[in-house]
Design a protein. Structure first.
Length: 97
């Protein structure tokens, strides 16, 4: 005598189209929401400016480089390491004339 009817087949794919539509709509809605709330963060490649990749013979002191660049009177300059500790990337946005 069987008290509990156990189904061994779980019908995951029966609802695949519905789940895909919900997932696509949720992802699209989130993308549009964040596009309008946060906007696009355009880098030097799209806004113009200068990108310098500097290589030192020993580990670079990024804070010292930031201080030197700040002493030049440039604003919104990004200085960061990339690759190894000897490689430094300096991004200078386009300056208004």
């Amino acid at each position: 005598m069987e008290f509990f009817k156990i189904h061994r087949d779980i019908p995951f794919m029966r609802h695949a189209l519905i789940f895909n539509a919900i997932s696509f709509n949720a992802t699209f809605a989130l993308a549009v929401f964040f596009l309008f709330s946060r906007g696009l963060h355009l880098s030097v490649e799209f806004t113009g400016g200068t990108l310098m990749e500097v290589n030192y013979t020993q580990a670079a002191d990024v804070e010292k480089i930031r201080g030197t660049v700040a002493g030049l009177g440039l604003t919104d300059v990004q200085v960061q390491n990339f690759g190894t500790s000897r490689d430094v990337m300096i991004r200078l946005p386009a300056q208004k004339a």
